[in-house]
Design a protein around this ligand. Structure first.
Ligand code: NAD
Length: 438
């Protein structure tokens, strides 16, 4: 099949490459000329495991090409995927300027029947809006369908190739059949293809992401209660996670969710609900809980340092919003560092991948260290923000020798409590008892 993918970010480039891998001819379009030039020269602009290999293979097979020329892409394809950014606007709503902009262009440029499929995360009613915009110009038939994407950064190729389900939002038989055929190589092993109307498909994506964010905030509230009444949240996590009705994923307590999707999608659904006249109380609480949770280590640190942070020196391990990415968007580490800097703390930070991005934000205000140990030199305590693997088994003896106080405030429950006791650290984590050895 001949396909165009408009927008070549995490979703677009991965979708386009994977669709080419199963034999389709794919033209990827982007407005960013530098990015397109890079891709034409064989450079993959993002990091995703296994992407590079498939990218080169399909360019060589002449099934994958890159252009800024939308008209060329439209003329040479039947199916047009939109994988455009839908960032958060100032009021919390999803900013649809990129989607609208492309819809206008498509309307003006199509000269034969096309199926336009939206993969971006968009509020309910966007398919309808796109249809209206295109119809205001187009002199030919076309269909618009919703096909939300569920891939995860860091696992994007794997997730696209092995989707747990495909959601098709459309009432056009031609669009539904075309999409079913297109996804057959990925769904043949009993992966469900679920067909519904466009509005339901659009809401399915928001419902999925906000439900996951709710799970995280729920567990964080359980953890906060544990700290007061003396239960251990990690035991509770295992206890409830073994119940198949609940499931064991997304139950990890910590210092809150971040990243480029959950925060914006929760805000966008609250905004859409308010607009529709519905007060989505749970999601408002999810946002509130997450906001407080992000800096929940600070009062603990303050108390340990006799309520006086001024002039203290604190080490930070982990800056990215989750491990295995250099993405710092909405990362809890930003809230933590801001709060420390406000209190005149000298901050030493280390992250395996995200330091270049953090440097853009803080420059010389933070001391960026070569390795995890350097971030411990003469510090009053350590705060852990991200559960990178390399943090799990450090040399505790070396750590203690470097630190002024052997005190760890662990926002991701990286360490075992007994280990902390044996190694005589003062150790505070999330939803577990405080170890007061040091
Ligand atoms: P991204 O920012 O990585 O990429 C978007 C691309 O679109 C960029 O390359 C940009 O230059 C291009 N673009 C912008 N305007 C354009 C235009 N007018 N014409 C052509 N190209 C244009 O975004 P992303 O992470 O791939 O996300 C895209 C959508 O998918 C968003 O709605 C997001 O919420 C959703 N989504 C993202 C993920 C994820 O993990 N990143 C997962 C599922 C869904």
């Amino acid at each position: 099949m001949n396909i165009a993918v408009i927008g070549t970010g995490y979703v677009g480039l991965v979708s386009g490459t994977c669709l080419a891998e199963v034999g389709n001819n794919v033209i990827c379009v982007d407005i960013d000329e530098e990015k397109v030039e890079q891709m034409q020269e064989g450079v993959v602009p993002i990091y995703e495991p296994h992407l590079e290999e498939l990218f080169h293979k399909n360019i060589q097979a002449e099934r994958l090409e890159f252009t800024t020329d939308l008209k060329y892409a439209l003329d040479n394809s039947l199916v047009i995927f939109l994988a455009l950014p839908t960032p958060q606007d100032e009021d919390g709503s999803a900013d649809l300027q990129h989607v609208k902009n492309v819809a206008h262009k498509i309307g003006k440029k199509i000269s034969a029947y096309k199926i336009i499929i939206n993969k971006s995360t968009v509020p309910v009613g966007t398919s309808e809006m796109v249809k209206k915009i295109i119809a205001s110009y187009a002199k030919v038939d076309f269909d618009v369908a919703s096909n939300p994407e569920f891939l995860r950064e860091g696992f994007a190729v794997h997730d696209f190739m092995n989707p747990e389900r495909i959601i098709i939002g459309s009432t056009s038989n031609q669009a539904i059949d075309t999409l079913k055929n297109l996804y057959r190589p990925f769904t043949s092993i009993k992966r469900p293809v679920i067909v519904m109307d466009e509005k339901s498909a659009e809401l399915t994506k928001y419902a999925a992401n906000t439900f996951l964010a709710t799970k995280i905030s729920f567990m964080n509230e359980v953890a906060n209660l544990c700290e007061i009444i003396g239960s251990n949240v990690e035991d509770i996590r295992k206890g409830i996670g073994s119940d198949s009705r609940i499931g064991n994923k997304f139950l990890y307590p910590g210092i809150g969710y971040g990243g480029s999707c959950f925060p914006k999608d929760v805000n966008a659904l609250v905004y859409s609900s308010d607009e529709a006249g519905y007060d989505f109380k749970i999601l408002k609480s999810v946002i509130d809980v997450n906001k407080v949770q992000k800096t929940s280590m600070i009062p603990k640190v303050k108390k340990y340092l006799n309520n006086d942070l001024k002039g203290k020196r604190i080490g930070i391990w982990g800056l990215s919003f989750k491990p295995n990415t250099d993405d710092i968007r909405e990362a809890p580490s930003i809230d933590v560092i801001n709060e420390l800097l406000l209190n005149d703390v000298e901050v030493l930070a280390y992250d395996p991948e995200a330091m270049h991005n953090m440097y853009k934000l803080y420059g010389g205000k933070v001391i960026f260290c070569e390795n995890a140990y350097d971030a411990l030199t003469n510090v009053d305590c350590l705060i852990i923000n991200t559960e990178w693997r390399e943090f799990y088994s450090p040399d505790f003896f070396r750590m203690k020798n470097l630190m002024k106080n052997a005190a760890i405030f662990d926002g991701r429950n990286v360490f075992d409590l007994n280990l902390m006791k044996e190694n005589k650290f003062h150790y505070e984590s999330v939803g577990r008892k405080v170890i007061k050895n040091a």
